[in-house]
Design a protein around this ligand. Structure first.
Ligand code: HEC
Ligand code: HEC
Ligand code: HEC
Ligand code: HEC
Ligand code: HEC
Length: 478
């Protein structure tokens, strides 16, 4: 009897310590963390709507309202894809839950507001509170108290709702101004994490069963930009000077030299009615100018064989791979044309009458573009199916990566048959083109006519003109 009691104590004591530290830990983080395992979701009312910030922060509001963050839960493509993915998993007897909501409307996710994500449509989403439909809004980002780990979904266990946010939604606004002027609307709290890439991590890095799926943060982390102290904000939230708050309302506010743009430009843009599209378009163009360099190297004329030889090089200057993130949907490709006396003697990267590339998504029995170079990734699912029509990020079991890493070059040699004439003028036109997604994908989602197709941008281009008679004297290079 006595012996038993002693054994019990040695067993119970460590247990008591574990329980106490568990309670202590949870007590401490309860108010500031949300994970699907949180005891209590937050309340929608704890988040301010973005409009409440407009009067005092008109510039921040204007820029954010044109951004993809503001569009994240207004995009018809998003809702169509959510429905597809929900149905796919339902058929398999799985519950995708709030997977698509967790990053696109973090307020809905952390308040557990949408009970049937499988029934979510663009139309019924309109009835949800503004804090939810405004996607990634001001109050959500500015509630961050500390940074998160990379979400890693576990498909075997059907764990799709894994993003953990450490936030304090209240009348405190956290940010990177260390000496904020007080105001009656909110308390201001300095948090240096806002100037780090970790502020973007929870939504811009995603693993599936431990494998890299959408990993913009990791790509940046393993690049020179991290070691040189260039976070995401350096390129996506450029600094400017001005007032953090409307100086007409706050004449005491001081002029600041490191305010941050809130356009968050990438390659994608709103394809429905949306504010300040022209401003967002300008930001995209500015960003794309800094993306990559295209060069035509080692141009050689092999006269005896009537061949032209050259190398095309694409050098990535972005802070992560190009493309990055939703790489399986993006189209970044080489459009190359060689002309001889105005006749096209070679081309690759051309589109058909539907503005579609001759990529794997097109009928393989039709004309193909054997030399097509397209930078993207291709996901394969457990059945080995691939391509954006058949496989999505969370169904991925394998990924082929054809993106270009930071500070790295892609190179390809071209050898082209030239017409048998000694005094021809030749012209090589090489373009690096980029669009958010193919027209076929919009059609595939049943959105033809409802959502305009993505526009194509030219990231960089080079034109070389030369003349075979003068043994390759370059006439012009732009
Ligand atoms: C995706 C997250 C995100 C969203 C959405 C967002 N912000 Fe910010 N904001 C930041 C980050 C990050 C910084 C600090 C950047 C740094 O220091 O490098 C910042 C900085 C600020 C600052 C400090 C001044 C400055 O420009 O640096 C203010 C004020 C601000 N944001 C207001 C707003 C308002 C108002 C909205 C909505 C209209 C908004 N933010 C939306 C992330 C966000
Ligand atoms: C871990 C956070 C996260 C989750 C979960 C997530 N997204 Fe996204 N989504 C993003 C980010 C970040 C981008 C922007 C990436 C880029 O531009 O490359 C994005 C872009 C998109 C886009 C626009 C680009 C495109 O592909 O046309 C759509 C649509 C979209 N997501 C739909 C979905 C759907 C549907 C789901 C659920 C199956 C989902 N997302 C789950 C973070 C997430
Ligand atoms: C009544 C005016 C007013 C309103 C409304 C307002 N702010 Fe502010 N906010 C200020 C002032 C003043 C500052 C300090 C500016 C300065 O010192 O340059 C500030 C600073 C900030 C900062 C920087 C905090 C820091 O220490 O880094 C953030 C972030 C911020 N506001 C976000 C918001 C958001 C988000 C909203 C809407 C939910 C909002 N504000 C609404 C007046 C306001
Ligand atoms: C050195 C500048 C630079 C830095 C640092 C940087 N980016 Fe980018 N980012 C770019 C450029 C240029 C593009 C356009 C090319 C592209 O889309 O890949 C871009 C595009 C993007 C896109 C759209 C990607 C796509 O192809 O759909 C996302 C999302 C993004 N960046 C997020 C981030 C995040 C998150 C970080 C930090 C972890 C970051 N960026 C750091 C320059 C930068
Ligand atoms: C709460 C989640 C969340 C956070 C935090 C977040 N983002 Fe995003 N971001 C998204 C989602 C979702 C999208 C895609 C919206 C869409 O296309 O529908 C996106 C889109 C973008 C894009 C546009 C991509 C394109 O293809 O055009 C850029 C650039 C970007 N984010 C940069 C950042 C940076 C920089 C930070 C950190 C300061 C950040 N984001 C923080 C969720 C987030």
């Amino acid at each position: 009897m006595k012996k038993n009691k002693r054994i019990n104590l040695t067993l119970v004591l460590p247990l008591v310590i574990i329980v106490i530290s568990y309670i202590y830990y949870n007590f401490n983080i309860k108010s500031s963390s949300y994970s699907p395992y949180s005891e209590k979701p937050f309340l929608v009312e704890q988040f301010q709507v973005a409009e409440n910030c407009q009067s005092c922060h008109p510039q921040h509001y204007l820029e954010w309202s044109s951004s993809m963050h503001a569009y994240a839960f207004k995009d018809p493509v998003f809702f169509a894809m959510n429905t597809n993915e929900q149905n796919y998993h339902k058929d398999k007897g799985e519950d995708l839950g709030q997977f698509c909501i967790e990053c696109h409307s973090p307020v809905a996710y952390t308040t557990n507001l949408i009970k049937n994500p499988d029934k979510l449509t663009f139309k019924n989403s309109q009835k949800l509170p503004d804090q939810v439909t405004e996607g990634v809004g001001c109050a959500f980002c500015h509630a961050m108290v500390h940074t998160s780990d990379t979400p890693n979904i576990n498909t075997k266990k059907s764990l799709f709702n894994v993003v953990e946010y450490h936030i304090d939604p209240s009348n405190k606004m956290y940010g990177s101004i260390s000496d904020p002027l007080p105001n009656n609307f909110h308390e201001s709290v300095y948090n240096q994490d806002f100037s780090t890439s970790e502020a973007c991590l929870p939504c811009h890095n995603l693993l599936v069963d431990g494998k890299n799926a959408e990993i913009t943060f990791s790509e940046w982390e393993s690049s020179k930009y991290k070691s040189n102290g260039f976070p995401c904000q350096e390129c996506h939230m450029e600094t400017y000077e001005g007032f953090a708050v409307d100086p007409k309302l706050f004449p005491q506010a001081k002029k600041r030299y490191n305010l941050h743009r809130h356009f968050f430009a990438g390659i994608d843009e709103a394809r429905t009615a949306f504010p300040h599209k022209d401003l967002q378009r300008n930001e995209i163009k500015r960003l794309l100018e800094q993306t990559a360099n295209l060069n035509i190297n080692d141009l050689t004329l092999i006269t005896e064989q009537n061949k032209i030889k050259f190398e095309v090089e694409v050098f990535n200057r972005a802070g992560h791979n190009i493309p990055s993130g939703a790489t399986f949907a993006r189209e970044l490709w080489l459009d190359i044309k060689v002309l001889s006396a105005n006749d096209t003697i070679y081309q690759t990267g051309f589109v058909n009458e539907n503005n579609e590339l001759y990529d794997f998504s097109i009928d393989p029995n039709k004309e193909i573009d054997p030399d097509l170079v397209i930078f993207r990734s291709v996901f394969y699912d457990e059945k080995g199916d691939s391509g954006i029509y058949k496989t999505s990020a969370q169904r991925m079991t394998k990924k082929s990566d054809y993106t270009i890493s930071t500070f790295e070059s892609f190179r390809k040699n071209y050898i082209i048959n030239a017409p048998n004439s000694s005094d021809n003028d030749f012209k090589i036109i090489a373009k690096l083109k980029f669009r958010a997604r193919s027209p076929g994908f919009i059609d595939h989602l049943g959105l033809k006519g409802q959502v305009p197709y993505s526009d194509t941008f030219i990231v960089d281009e080079k034109i070389v003109e030369f003349d075979s008679g003068s043994q390759l004297s370059m006439i012009s290079e732009e």
